[in-house]
Write a protein that binds this ligand. Sequence first.
Ligand SMILES: *Cc1c(COP(=O)(O)O)cnc(C)c1O
Length: 368
Amino acid sequence: MPRPIIATIHPEAVRHNLAQVQQAVPDAKLWTVVKANAYGHGIENVFEGLRATDGFAMLDLDEAQRLRTLGWRGPLLLLEGVFELRDLELCSRLSIWHTVHCDEQIDWLAAHKTQVGHRVFLKMNSGMNRLGFTPERFRAAYARLNALPQVDEISFMTHFSDADVDHGMDQQLEIFHKITEDLPGERSISNSAATMLHGEQSQVRCDWVRPGIVLYGSSPDFPAHDIAHWNLQPAMTLSSKIIAVQELQAGDSVGYGSKFQAEGCMRLGVVACGYADGYPRHCNTGTPVLVNGMRTRTLGRVSMDMLAVDLTDIPKAGLGSEVTLWGRASNGAVLPIDEVAAAAGTLGYELMCAVAPRVPKVIEGQGK
Ligand SMILES: *Cc1c(COP(=O)(O)O)cnc(C)c1O
């Protein structure tokens, strides 16, 4: 038997989450973001669940190509645009939209020999200072692009730095709309948080929204609201089993650094899951975990291949019992990835992207 750790991907949950976004912004189109191999879930594993989208957005040409191989004929968008001139050939061939955020990308387009009219998203740096033309330089970039025979259609995009904070988007929103006001073309500015928190405003949802994290079952504004509040479902369950049980007396300690000491008699389960599987090492004693679908806590430090959980109040649990590190247990109980991330001082994003290659990924209902 292989080591019992496994990441189960739930295509039905992804489908459900996509429907929640569509419900929140019924008159906007969706660029479903599948960068980082669908936030660690595997593009091939979530594709069927996401088919109802209007388009897919990613960073890598390889990921765009994989979607074409899966049979997707609709829009594809490179969120960082191309990285060199040669990339434009594949964009022409596979009909891929791409972001234009710097002058060099316009130079490459101008030098690109193609019969295919390109569709581009011109990106504004409206304050995040990551990618895009500053508001002052935006219209000059537009004029250059608009003069190129290689370019068929120009749309406009920006990205928020503080979409999950009250009034965090106000300045960026204002400058973006002011500068693009009289330019013809579609607009896209909202990630998951902007879409779910403020998508009822037409200025925020615009023509296209770009949801990522919510599709995978992480709350856009945890801890203010959890996934139950947003009616989202976990797209991934990380599960394993108890592989050993220890009985502790008062004063006994657990794991490296002896970080946990028992105050009385306790039962401890050792789980086949550690930081080499992608479980965060920064989780201290008390991180929530489900054993047989019942909530308990971790004990002591997470080691490379194992961690310890408290079985004192789950007397029926023992060797072979199901452990849910995050996601959905067999009895239906849910442990949101956001809770585990918070215990590690990070975000659901990082955890789902960091599940290690040695953990097999299995689509729910398809076995292995
Ligand atoms: C990753 C990304 C998104 C999606 O963000 P979420 O917070 O996961 O919804 C949207 N737009 C751009 C440009 C991105 O890079």
